[in-house]
Design a protein around this ligand. Structure first.
Ligand code: ADP
Ligand code: MG
Length: 727
């Protein structure tokens, strides 16, 4: 083997094929992300087996032990040998079955996955048998022949030492109390939907179960027994349906909280075709309604069950089956939104006027609140009603939908030139404590600016267009009426994130970093990246100084960063928490160093409004859906991943690497390639399922986007049709 001596080229690392067990373990880690995901899979299996009673026992947050016992139909003796192999299922045999799948499982991956990351023991008995069988599995196969044993009706599955072979995962999950809470929450959700099944969930060693429901014909009873009287007595029944194949076909029923229900967080329990799922677009749409109609009860409790023709639901879009995608999702969301809105308006009518002004007045319980039954809003009532999105539009200067009601009318105080941030902050805090809301004048001004600059034509495109797909790394193709547009997703997401920061100001949920990251090192990293070719010591010293100063600065600002932006810096100067700007979306962590540097360098700390604006912009830039750092392997970028054995090491961003060895033409750096493929696929998923639905709900596109190339009209379909006709 000869290496060209010219430059000092580092030997690329050897690439080898991963051991199959490692591949399986990685795949398993995706399906079983944490103990609660294992419990979900097991309970769904029990439900699929027509059980009427399901009990769960958990030790050490699920890491030591998860035991799920049911009284379902059991598993045949003959099936035990392949039970835990990947892609073995009794629920699906051909691809077309997916279209009408009614069971919760279908991929035959869950049990297999568990055996790669934990020790699984199954005890089961089928009807009419005198005894059951017990067998343990590891890495997809039986560890021993099934042993006959005494058993009660159904199946019991025990998982011990989950993630015993994944040190990092175990570490990040050490706070086991956390996962037990999640498991209780999960079982609570199942219990109020499957009311003909009794559920229990208990911590190992505890005498009492934390969830204990008995089968009941009344949903309200189930909610009372699981979530308590304080929730159950403040609920309103809702129903909606549509049966027009040209717009949407669905039925929905549920319970939503009224104006007396006050909570810190929204609870949304959503089942679509009996499948426990999340639908960010729907959740957001309903939150918007609450903020606009019941500002004081704006964190609702919602239980909703939607049924659709099975062929309208794509259940296979998410590795843990958590998100589903629906045909005509926007129409359905809008219809449900308007039903919820009118129910809330009716229920609230008697209290609306006193609510905003007189704090001390005890709330007048509305007589008809409980069990108010409402059918889908008749179309005739349209004229007297203002649709909620309109209300939000005129009110959107106000992130909580109620700013004007609380507005502090003494901006003078903040205009003084010497107002240091600390004094501003403490008076701000006083104000906030007084009203318990983040109604800062400067934030309101920034949101007003967004409104003022909103381009109505683009707003219409954003709200009404259909996402077709990505045209290249940066542009998405949209159809709006008969026109096709290219839309720059980087610009759009940057703006959306910026606006979200201002709207959610001081009300963020947090992303916890698995390992706190030292600011100083992050800044060093970013500085080095900035000028990677100036590597002298002197420069290093300078960089160290800059890093030190910036770290100091950020430490000083940490209280404000945490309180308003949920950017948490601990006393040792580590970054450990970031805000959630859109649910289901975490930013590209490769960009953290750049972001931290930007916080130190680009934020204007002196004046309140500028400070908030530049911070929101920095966050916007960080969270924007930039193309991943690794070149796109499905385009020209594929060349980047071709194995380069001999010399000719052209590395200029990767997009134009040439390889002239013919023998290795098919050799790729598989690990890197698959990392890139995942990153790009995830981004595309987020663009379609998070970015565009959220844009429809929240984005106010600024005028500048009409001329800066963010939207480009590429074709009119009518013209295209004409061209096709001629061909
Ligand atoms: P899937 O649910 O996607 O089919 P799983 O790996 O979760 O895949 O389960 C594999 C198979 O094992 C199921 O198809 C079912 O036949 C059987 N099974 C699993 N759990 C149970 C249970 N609690 N009761 C009866 N059968 C079960
Ligand atoms: Mg399953």
């Amino acid at each position: 083997m000869e290496i060209e001596p010219a430059e000092e080229v580092k030997e690329p690392p050897r690439i080898h094929r991963l051991d199959e067990s490692v591949v399986n373990r990685i795949a398993a880690g995706e399906v079983i992300q944490r103990p609660v995901s294992a419990v979900k899979e097991l309970v769904e299996n029990s439900l699929d087996a027509s059980s009427t009673s399901i009990s769960v026992l958990v030790k050490d947050g699920g890491l030591k032990l998860i035991q799920v016992s049911d009284d379902g139909h059991g598993i045949r003796y003959e099936d035990l040998p392949i039970l835990c192999e990947r892609h073995t299922t009794s629920k699906l045999s051909k691809y077309e079955d997916l279209q009408s799948i009614k069971s919760m499982g279908f991929r035959g991956e869950a049990l297999a996955s568990m055996t790669y990351v934990g020790h699984v023991t199954v005890t089961t008995i089928t009807r009419g048998q005198l005894h059951g069988y017990r067998v343990s599995y590891r890495d997809g196969v039986m560890e021993n022949e099934p042993k006959a044993c005494a058993a009660v009706k159904g199946t019991q599955i025990v998982i011990e030492n989950l993630f015993y072979n994944m040190v990092a995962r175990r570490k990040t999950l050490q706070n086991s109390a956390d996962d037990y809470t999640k498991i209780v929450d999960l079982l609570s959700r199942f219990a109020i939907h499957h009311i003909d099944v009794s559920f229990s969930c208990r911590k190992h060693g505890a005498a009492r179960a934390d969830v204990h429901s008995v089968a009941t014909p009344s949903r309200l009873n189930a909610i009372r027994s699981v979530y308590g009287l304080s929730v159950a007595q403040n609920l309103i029944k809702i129903e909606a349906s549509d049966n027009d194949p040209s717009s949407s076909v669905f039925e929905m029923d549920g319970f939503i909280s009224n104006s007396n229900y006050v909570a810190k967080k929204t609870t949304m329990v959503l089942f679509i075709n009996d499948r426990l799922v999340e639908c960010t677009a729907l959740k957001r749409a309903l939150e918007v309604v609450y903020v606009a109609t019941l500002p004081k009860a704006s964190k609702p409790f919602i239980y909703m069950s939607i049924t659709l023709p099975p062929e309208h639901v794509d259940v296979n879009v998410h590795p843990t089956k958590r998100e589903v995608s629906l045909l005509n999702q926007e129409v359905i969301v809008e219809k449900i939104q308007s039903v919820v809105e009118s129910v809330l308006r009716n229920s609230n009518e008697s209290r609306t006027f006193q609510e905003q002004t007189v704090e001390a007045t005890p709330s007048v319980p509305s007589v008809t609140n409980n069990d108010l039954h409402l059918s889908p809003s008749p179309s005739g009532s349209k004229s007297q009603r203002v649709p909620v999105n309109k209300i939000v539009r005129t009110d959107s200067s106000d992130p909580a939908g109620r700013m004007h009601a609380y507005l502090y009318k003494n901006p003078q105080k903040y205009l003084g030139r010497d107002s240091s941030l600390t004094t501003v902050r403490s008076s701000v805090r006083q104000r906030r404590n007084l009203k318990e809301t983040a109604d800062l004048t400067s934030i309101q001004e920034l949101i007003n600016d967004i409104d003022r600059k909103c381009h109505s034509g683009l707003l219409d495109i954003v709200r009404q267009s259909t996402y077709i797909g990505m045209a290249d790394d940066v542009f998405a193709l949209l159809q709006h009426n008969t026109h096709l547009y290219l839309a720059n997703v980087v610009n759009l997401s940057k703006e959306l994130m910026y606006q979200q920061v201002l709207r959610r100001f001081a009300h963020f949920n947090a992303i916890q970093l698995s390992e706190p990251a030292p600011l100083q090192e992050l800044i060093m990293l970013a500085l080095k990246e900035e000028d990677s070719d100036l590597e002298s010591n002197e420069n290093d010293d300078l960089k160290k100084k800059i890093a030190e100063m910036n770290t100091q600065l950020l430490n000083q600002k940490s209280e404000m960063l945490e309180e308003y932006f949920c950017i948490f810096i601990d006393s040792d100067g580590n970054l450990s928490r970031l805000p959630i700007l859109l649910d289901q979306y975490t930013p590209d962590m490769d960009r953290v160093p750049e972001f931290v540097l930007c916080l130190g360098n680009d934020v204007e700390w002196e004046e309140e409004k500028n400070c908030f604006q530049s911070l929101a912009a920095a966050l916007g830039n960080f969270y924007a859906m930039h193309p991943p750092m690794l070149p796109n392997p499905s385009g020209k970028g594929l060349e980047f991943y071709r194995k380069r054995k001999h010399g000719k090491h052209t590395q200029d961003g990767g997009n134009s690497c040439h390889v002239d060895g013919t023998a290795e033409e098919d050799e790729f750096e598989h690990e890197l390639l698959s990392e890139a493929e995942t990153a790009w696929a995830q981004r595309e998923w987020s663009i379609q399922h998070v970015l565009f639905p959220s844009m429809r709900l929240f984005l106010k596109p600024p005028n500048s986007m009409a001329s800066n190339g963010t939207f480009v009209r590429v074709a009119s379909l009518e013209k295209l049709y004409k061209i096709f006709e001629r061909c």
